[in-house]
Design a protein around this ligand. Structure first.
Ligand SMILES: [Zn+2]
Length: 299
């Protein structure tokens, strides 16, 4: 009997185990017919991203990091130790430290040696290569990093955190979003160099349920939504995320004509982007990102 590589174990959804996944045309993802999860498996080789290499010195606290801090407080964080999973250069933990004070024992988890070095040097943060299991109440945040981590690794790591006062606060790109459906691979959160997964609200809830967590809130995050809508619409006519990359780096090195053209297009797209963003904020399951807060499930 000939080999049937399209029907081996690799054809099972890594979240719900369903068969019958279909290839999302023009992408490395297979889409699950049951939970909607998009999985690239080993077709995405590296989950690591290094943002900080764009800057020569520690960046100022961003508006997004301030919104993340507000979301953390509204999620029910009080004084539990904080762990930022996929913390990058440590900007979020630094923002918490400045705005609220960082509880003792808080740390970041990061696999990129360059990011680890930047977080230590710029902000004096403690970095570890993985989540520690030590029975201490912990609030784990994962801002656009869970989609970089293989699903079985994420399930096992979060499943081991069992203190009843622990929380997990997640934001990941949403494969069930209006933005994905409207612009497809032009979507600003589409990143086949690093995203092994594109979650849906259903697949994230199911994965977290398997790890022992129950969703208790779906926060709205305005900046992810607005930025996603505007940059995705600009991407329909311009190179992917060029405007964002230029603004993040600073204008040095950008071609003036590109920057002017991208900015003019962004100005024209403001009204449609606002309408798209409002749609996502009203219908949260169709928002550009799945934002969710989880508590330990009751036994
Ligand atoms: Zn599935």
């Amino acid at each position: 009997m000939p080999d049937r590589p399209d029907l081996d174990d690799d054809d099972l959804c890594p979240v719900c185990g369903a068969t019958g996944r279909h290839q999302v045309v023009g992408t490395p993802y297979r889409s699950c017919p049951t939970c909607g999860h998009h999985d690239a498996g080993e077709r995405v080789e590296s989950g690591a991203v290094v943002n900080h290499a764009l800057w020569d010195e520690a960046p100022a606290i961003s508006a997004l990091e301030r919104e993340q801090v507000r979301t953390l407080v509204r999620a029910g964080w009080r004084d539990q130790r904080l762990v930022d999973l996929g913390c990058g250069h440590g900007g979020f933990l630094h923002a918490v430290d400045v705005v609220r004070g960082l509880p003792p024992g808080s740390y970041g988890v990061e696999v990129s040696p360059a990011s680890v070095e930047a977080a230590r040097r710029w902000f004096g943060l403690e970095l570890r290569p993985e989540l520690s299991v030590d029975g201490i109440a912990t609030v784990i945040t994962t801002w656009h990093s869970a989609e970089h981590i293989p699903v079985p690794v994420l399930r096992e790591a979060l499943g081991a955190i069992d203190h009843p006062e622990s929380l997990v606060v997640v934001s990941v790109p949403n494969a069930a979003s209006w933005q994905w459906r409207l612009v497809g691979t032009r979507w600003t959160y589409y990143d086949v160099a690093a995203h092994r997964s594109q979650f849906t609200p259903a697949s994230l809830d199911l994965l977290m349920h398997q790890a022992g967590w129950t969703c208790v809130a779906r926060p709205r995050m305005v900046l992810y939504e607005l930025f996603g809508a505007l940059q995705s619409l600009v991407n329909t006519l311009r190179p992917h995320n060029r405007l964002y990359e230029t603004l993040k780096r600073g204008r040095a090195g950008a071609r003036r004509a590109d920057l002017v053209g991208d900015s003019l297009l962004a100005a024209l797209m403001v009204v449609p982007a606002l309408l798209l963003a409002i749609g996502g904020l009203v219908s949260r399951d169709r928002a550009s990102c799945v934002n969710a807060v989880y508590r330990r499930s009751q036994a």
